[in-house]
Write a protein that binds this ligand. Structure first.
Ligand SMILES: NC(=O)c1ccc[n+]([C@@H]2O[C@H](COP(=O)([O-])OP(=O)(O)OC[C@H]3O[C@@H](n4cnc5c(N)ncnc54)[C@H](O)[C@@H]3O)[C@@H](O)[C@H]2O)c1
Ligand SMILES: [Zn+2]
Length: 356
């Protein structure tokens, strides 16, 4: 194939798009039991066992497809679970489509598996948590953890399609919904002052929040697909200390909650460095939908780990690479910057339990 034709064939929606190409995924919306008719016969569906239990109609709609049940959670994001799954894939050809049916941990793990299986197969996301719908199913990143280092090994492997089936969200707890909302707010806070103000005035319906957050993230990803241009890094707002809180709690603090608390840390660091005006920090903190008690929870979690552990985790986190700790900080809603954060700034905050 000539270089020109090859490029043309990888364009969005092209039938021959290379597996994993970082193009915006085709979005389909509706009831899963109807959409499933569009699933190729050679699809392998990696499905969160809990979701299949909660949605028996989905389980029976998949009766004619190959389904591998997985247990969601950070433990799924590991090389050992990828190996366990890979052992069941002997004979699955490169032309197959992998379907990640579940939340962000299923999506992240299966993205890596899709990237590695036969050097790359077609991927389809069916996000079943709000967090996965607003964030992890957009942008083509997948990763596994190594020890207590979150996302230590990762790939870029874009999905060809994403199916948004709101029925799944009906079985999420309020806490799970809040996790998705927090990742959505991360985008409004950092990327779009107008959306931030509109959402602050009146909390958007979850459906609106999912749609608008996906659109905001897609714009960032389009501007910097491989996180090389200093744009996509903005999506890490709240994740520096968020990942520390996940790791130091042995992943008992779930990702969305950790990111919510991590955004409070980022605001505090921003204020301490003189980057974030205190009034901006207050406005953002009161807009974030984390409910009462977030500060107390943060203080409780920080008290459980010493600064040496945090220092090691920050150094292992990709955002701490090389030059010392760098964090995405807020100047104003929709205006962010990346700043060096010396230990003399973050350590006293950590030790003091992140006082408001
Ligand atoms: N790749 C990315 O760009 C990106 C972005 C953000 C987050 N992430 C990753 O996403 C992960 C967090 O995602 P998550 O919170 O969806 O995790 P998850 O997959 O562990 O799901 C959370 C819980 O919800 C349950 N669940 C899933 N769907 C459900 C449903 N419809 N009803 C009831 N329960 C349901 C799961 O069984 C699990 O217990 C983290 O590992 C994070 O690092 C990745
Ligand atoms: Zn996140």
């Amino acid at each position: 194939m000539s270089a020109v034709r090859e490029r043309a064939s990888t364009r969005r929606g092209g039938p021959e798009a290379l597996p994993g190409a970082l193009e915006p995924a085709r979005e389909r919306r509706g009831d899963f039991t109807r959409l499933v008719r569009a699933l190729p016969g050679d699809a392998v569906v990696f499905a969160d066992a809990r979701v299949l239990r909660l949605h028996p109609r989905v389980a029976s709609a998949l009766s004619r497809h190959r389904v591998l049940r997985v247990t969601a959670g950070e433990a799924l994001k590991s090389l050992s679970s990828l190996e366990r799954l890979a052992r069941q894939l002997a004979g699955v050809p490169r032309s197959a489509t992998f379907v990640a049916l579940g939340g962000g941990t299923v999506g992240d793990a299966i993205t890596v598996l899709a990237h590695l299986h036969k050097r790359g197969v077609r991927l389809l996301h069916v996000p079943t948590t709000m967090l996965a719908a607003v964030d992890s199913s957009v942008g083509g990143k997948g990763a596994v953890n190594v020890g207590d280092v979150k996302n230590a090994l990762g790939v870029f492997h874009g999905a060809a399609e994403t199916w948004l089936c709101p029925d799944f969200f009906g079985t999420l707890s309020e806490a799970q919904r809040r996790e998705g909302r927090l990742e959505a707010w991360k985008m409004a806070v950092t990327l779009d002052a107008e959306t931030f103000r509109r959402w602050s005035r009146r909390a958007p319906a979850d459906e609106v929040l999912v749609r608008e957050a996906r659109a905001m993230k897609e714009q960032v990803v389009a501007a910097d697909p491989f996180e090389t241009k200093g744009v996509r890094v903005v999506l890490n707002f709240g994740h520096t200390f968020g990942h520390v809180l996940e790791s130091t709690s042995a992943y008992r603090v779930r990702h969305g909650e950790a990111v919510g608390l991590g955004m409070l840390c980022a605001l505090d660091v921003g204020v301490a460095l003189g980057v974030t005006p205190p009034a901006v920090a207050r406005a953002v903190e009161s807009a974030l939908p984390q409910g009462d008690g977030a500060r107390a929870r943060l203080a409780h979690l920080a008290a459980r780990r010493d600064v040496a552990t945090v220092r090691r985790l920050l150094a292992a986190d990709k955002k701490g690479a090389g030059r010392g700790l760098r964090m995405v900080l807020l100047r104003a809603p929709g205006e962010w910057t990346v700043a060096e954060v010396p230990e003399s700034v973050w350590a006293p905050l950590w030790r003091g339990g992140w006082p408001a």
